[in-house]
Design a protein around this ligand. Structure first.
Ligand code: ADP
Ligand code: MG
Length: 519
């Protein structure tokens, strides 16, 4: 008798695109509102990476229109970046985990995932392909593609490909998608995102047109931050898998000494020598002769050695104090701004830099606690502010020490640059409370707040002086009248003179106290 089992399991593997298709909320594509916002983000961030990383002042155009009411939305983003080599186009848009940013360098994109999620979402909600026009700087052609994804195979499907001769010097990329999205609900977020992006990129021209809105941000500087260089891992920042991979990809004939000098950040001959001696390791041993337990031992020694140099900032690209100020001025139009860029610091071997701006008055509304603008690697963070370490620090600070009495017109801008931003959870919208990062944010805010206090003190003094002058000048007519009677000179003349004398006294007084002249 044959017994048929109904309990038999079927085993198979899942392609990366299939995985993200099933779990799209992980990448921010949970519903039509979030998806629309996320699509704009992915496109804009790719455009900014394609310009900024190569020191091209970005010209970014974003056009959103309702294709078919109520929820078929067309999104077009154009940049003047380096373009994409035409043979790479199908893969960068149609294959999950394919990209050019898998190196140790600060960039907005990291995983080679973003744009594929937008393509995937568009495809499953509208069935339409993505349209791309691109040309690299030295290319003689302009390529145009329409691409879909084969989700189960994680491979692109090229619907059409056209190449034509380039008659201009144009380089860059235009991407157009038709996706399901809720413009009415996403509008505020998208506008906010673009405004904040403009704040962190004062050297970018950004044009945005939506169904019922137009925003134009002209650059207010042509200066750009130094692009990040590709860095090497720091001995503190690696784990066993990474170490194995590094050993694997290097010539296994080289010695241990050469390996640590070549593959790690800040390891010269002297440091390599000291480390090997301290760790009691034979530097002449060839990589290929290292056993598994020797590799594990190497990792442990690397992690506990205290003589490594601190990670350097070459792979980071902060804005710097001047540019951050420019960015804040262009969006917030405050009365006073102070910016602070801290020195490089590190957590678990990952270098990071904190930048902070405090903006006061002007168009900033009166608020009960500081308005916070958060950025990580020049990406605005809009969601989950409540759990972000920056919010916790801002709320912990005793602002009255800095002469700020709420309600007050105060905004705090916090920018964290790192080759590995410690995000809280998969949403990548909030920074986790890593002690080193928290301390740096706090120190940066306090440093900036000391300058703000100076400014507010000056303003207060000036106000007090003006009040005093008003009080004293009330007596001028009376004194002038009395003096006129005694001297016989005209009362108006005396009053004028007294007023001038009073002004002079006030000015000297103000100078004596070291006040700046605000007239
Ligand atoms: P990531 O940005 O994390 O690398 P994406 O899926 O968003 O991943 O993009 C994949 C790759 O496509 C990028 O690494 C980049 O090489 C290329 N790319 C995407 N958009 C552009 C663009 N506008 N200009 C130049 N290259 C781009
Ligand atoms: Mg990207």
């Amino acid at each position: 008798m044959v017994v048929l089992s109904v309990l038999e399991e079927r085993y198979e593997s899942l392609s990366p695109s299939e995985f993200f298709y099933r779990n799209r909320e992980i990448a921010g594509f949970s519903n039509p509102t979030r998806a629309l916002y996320q699509t704009v983000r992915e496109l804009v961030e790719n455009s900014l990476d394609a310009t900024e990383l190569h020191k091209i002042p970005p010209d970014i155009k974003i056009i959103i229109s309702i294709k078919e009411p109520p929820d078929l939305v067309s999104i077009l983003v154009e940049d003047n970046g380096i373009g994409i080599p035409h043979e790479e186009v199908p893969f960068v848009f149609g294959r999950v985990f394919y990209g050019s940013k898998y190196v140790l360098r600060q960039s907005r994109g990291v995983f080679g995932l973003g744009i594929k999620m937008a393509v995937l979402y568009a495809q499953i909600t509208t069935g339409k392909p993505i349209w791309i026009r691109t040309s690299t700087m030295n290319s003689k052609i302009i390529a145009e593609y329409r691409i879909k994804m084969d989700i189960s195979r994680n491979m692109p499907i090229v619907i059409s490909a056209n190449f034509r001769k380039k008659r201009s010097k144009w380089h860059g990329t235009i991407v157009k998608l038709i996706t399901k999205g809720n413009w009415t609900l996403a509008r505020r977020r998208i506008e906010d995102y673009i405004r904040r992006t403009a704040m962190i990129t004062p050297y970018a021209d950004i044009y945005f047109k939506g169904p019922d809105v137009e925003l134009i941000f002209k650059r207010n500087t042509r200066k750009m931050p130094t692009p990040p260089k590709v860095g090497k891992p720091h001995p503190y920042g690696i784990d066993l898998e990474m170490l194995r991979r590094l050993i694997e990809i290097h010539n296994r004939n080289i010695t241990l000494r050469d390996f640590i000098m070549k593959c790690f950040e800040g390891v010269g001959e002297g440091i390599a020598h000291n480390f090997l001696e301290w760790a009691r390791l034979n530097g002449d041993k060839k990589l290929k002769d290292l056993s598994t337990s020797e590799i594990e031992n190497l990792l442990n020694k690397m992690k506990s050695y205290r003589g490594w140099r601190r990670p350097r900032a070459l792979s980071l690209s902060p804005l710097g104090e001047d540019l951050l100020r420019k960015g804040i001025e262009r969006i917030l139009s405050p009365e006073y701004v102070v910016t602070v860029t801290r020195k490089t610091s590190s957590y678990s071997g990952n270098p990071f830099i904190v930048e902070v701006g405090l903006a006061w008055g002007g168009k900033i509304p009166m608020v009960r606690s500081p308005i916070l603008y958060r950025f990580a690697n020049k990406i605005p963070l809009l969601y989950d502010e409540g759990v972000d370490v920056a919010r916790q620090v801002v709320d912990k600070i005793d602002w009255s020490l800095y002469r700020v009495k709420f309600p007050a017109p105060l905004a705090v801008i916090v920018h964290l640059c790192s080759t590995k931003v410690p995000f809280k959870g998969v949403g990548k919208e909030a920074i986790a409370d890593v002690v080193e990062v928290e301390k740096e944010i706090e120190n940066a805010i306090k440093e900036a707040a000391r300058s703000l206090r100076k400014y507010l003190t000056l303003i207060e003094r000036k106000r007090a002086l003006i009040a005093k002058r008003i009080t004293i000048s009330k007596y001028i007519p009376e004194v002038a009248r009395a003096l006129a009677e005694v001297t016989g000179t005209s009362e108006t003349k005396i009053a004028k003179k007294l007023s001038l004398i009073l002004d002079r006294i006030m000015r000297t007084e103000s100078k004596k106290r070291g006040d700046i002249d605000h007239e």
